[in-house]
Design a protein around this ligand. Sequence first.
Ligand code: UDP
Length: 243
Amino acid sequence: MRYKRVLVKLSGGALSGQSVWGFDPSAIENIASEVMKLHAAGVEVGIVAGGGNIFKGELGQDWGIERAEADNIGMIATVINSMMLRGALTSRGAGDVRVMTAIPINTVAEPYIRLRAVRHLEHGRIVLLAAGTGNPYVTTDYPSVLRALELRAEVLLSAKNGTDGIYTSDPRENADARRFQVISYDSVIQHDLKVMDQTAVLLARDNKLPIHVFDFNSPGAMERICRGEDLGTLITRGADQFA
Ligand code: UDP
């Protein structure tokens, strides 16, 4: 295995399938199955789920809700998604699956304690890291990188729905768009590529965390990446390479 411990970033949209809002049972089934393939291959798995299928803080301005309050609602949305995924994973036989939250909700989830999370992973438990950082003004991109670093994951697997990597421009609008096989952190930042928040890319760059951006709808993609296949686009240091 190329990677033995990974942090998976799923956006909330992965749980809503074709819909913008809410939950799609078949999409959740697919997530559980993909995560369990990875886990069965012996990889230690942490997951940060977004909350965009329920609420995103940036919507607050349309609703007349102050940003920090809106972000708190978004963070709670990630707790709901994490619990949904725990339910789905557990009922399909994934064993002991833990939800750890940065916002204390003690009767339904464990508080996030770094060393305890590491211990869960060492024991082979899938760990869902909920409520982001516990602080507003960022999305779940930032805590995905943060938790990956804290938990000593070797890589961040950034799951995308509907695209299989990072392109020079939108391939749906531009037939000449080219996919990067490898792209540097600095290129992502300089070209302002909308793959993840820049603050998250900077944190990854400064701490040399590799990020694989891949198509979650490609069956077995996470397991194949961990086994050494170069699917999607790898964000790392060094020269850019096209696919
Ligand atoms: N959020 C936050 N702090 C964090 C992580 C998330 O305030 O550390 C809020 C923010 O409002 C964000 C929302 O939670 O919009 C849901 O997360 P995100 O937008 O990343 O969801 P995704 O787009 O991945 O579904």
